[in-house]
Design a binder for this molecule. Structure first.
Ligand code: PMP
Length: 320
């Protein structure tokens, strides 16, 4: 086995809802997850009717890939089909980008800190180190996870811009793919298809071809491709409700004396003194947030669930 760098730490998922419920002695139906940065329910357009055709062909490989999906993504993103690379979620494309641009003895730069942990993991898995000097590639996240900030676009090239939350912010670097930028996007967030595992990269045609050469032969399933195509066929996702709910939550937090960082995504980061204590207090009530060393992050769900969380936060004395 090839040794991993000493600094490597694998990605760690939070426990399942069932495991959390069992640990707390609660009914799993009472658990509310605010830790996934995904919508509270599937998109109404992505229902079973759309996958009937894919199920009828489930014994076949999708010979020739998924050109209809690639075409639809290209149209949605305002690029040509040869600029699109499919992957099993943005995560897969982060790993693909790292191994395409970097290898042993290379340095991978990560533009913001804190940010999405998979950039570092992907760099290490590619055999590269994370640093700032002469990077082979730079990763950045806009809007950033966990802060929600839409930072300025680095001048570093090549630059991989993770736009997992692009739809909520409405700002993209897709117009710069001719200038050494690779944009990564996903169907997991605004399209509500996290479990389907569909993402895509946008890059100039030559870079896209090089990414594709290093990609698995068929990284997404026919069923997932059908779900993504169905979602796109319904038109651009409407994020207005989620954005308004995010801003309502931010205002409510202010009223209870807790500030949140300005967010352009579907989650809020709340800096606080004692995030472990607050996180534990929320968890005892079945409210699962993401705990960081200097705050908690929660994704916006719906008014009822969010009110439950806001009330519990107001009552959690630990942060004072
Ligand atoms: N990038 C960022 C910034 C994310 O927050 C996430 C979701 N955790 C991902 C990528 C992964 O998304 P996907 O489900 O498309 O792999």
């Amino acid at each position: 086995m090839r040794a991993l760098p000493a600094a490597f730490g694998e990605y760690r998922w939070a426990p399942s809802t069932e495991a959390i419920a069992a640990e707390l002695g609660l009914d799993p139906a009472l658990i509310r997850r605010f830790d996934g940065n995904v919508p509270a329910s599937p998109s109404p357009t992505a229902g079973p009717a759309f996958i009937v055709d894919a199920l009828a062909k489930v014994n076949e490989y999708a010979h020739g890939g998924f050109p209809a999906l690639v075409d639809a993504i290209a149209e949605y993103a305002g690029v040509e089909p040869q600029n699109v690379v499919l992957g099993a979620g943005a995560d897969d494309l982060i790993l693909l980008s790292a191994r395409t641009f970097a290898g042993p003895d290379d340095v991978v730069a990560i533009d913001v800190d804190p940010t999405y942990p998979l950039f570092r993991i992907a760099a290490h898995l590619a055999g590269a180190e994370v640093g700032d000097v002469d990077p082979a590639v730079t990763f950045t996240c806009r809007p950033n996870n966990p802060t929600g900030a839409l930072g300025s676009l680095s001048f570093a090239r090549p630059l991989v811009v993770d736009e997992a939350y692009f739809e909520y912010a409405g700002e993209t670097a897709a117009g710069l793919i001719g200038d050494g930028i690779v944009v990564l996007r996903t169907f997991s967030k605004a399209f509500g298809l996290a479990s389907a595992r569909v993402g895509y990269a946008l890059a100039d045609a030559a870079t896209a071809a090089e990414l594709d050469r290093r990609q698995a032969p068929q990284p997404i399933s026919g069923i997932s491709a059908a779900l993504a195509l169905a979602a796109l066929a319904a038109g651009p996702p409407d994020v207005r409700e989620q954005v308004a709910e995010r801003d309502r939550c931010a205002a409510s937090l202010g009223e209870i004396g807790l500030g949140s960082l300005p967010s352009r995504a579907n989650f809020l980061f709340v800096p606080m003194e004692n995030p472990d204590g607050v996180g534990a207090a929320l968890l005892r009530q079945g409210l699962v947030v993401r705990v960081f060393p200097d705050g908690i992050r929660f994704s916006v769900r719906d008014r009822d669930d969010d009110d439950r969380l806001l009330e519990a936060l107001a009552a959690a004395a630990e942060y004072r």
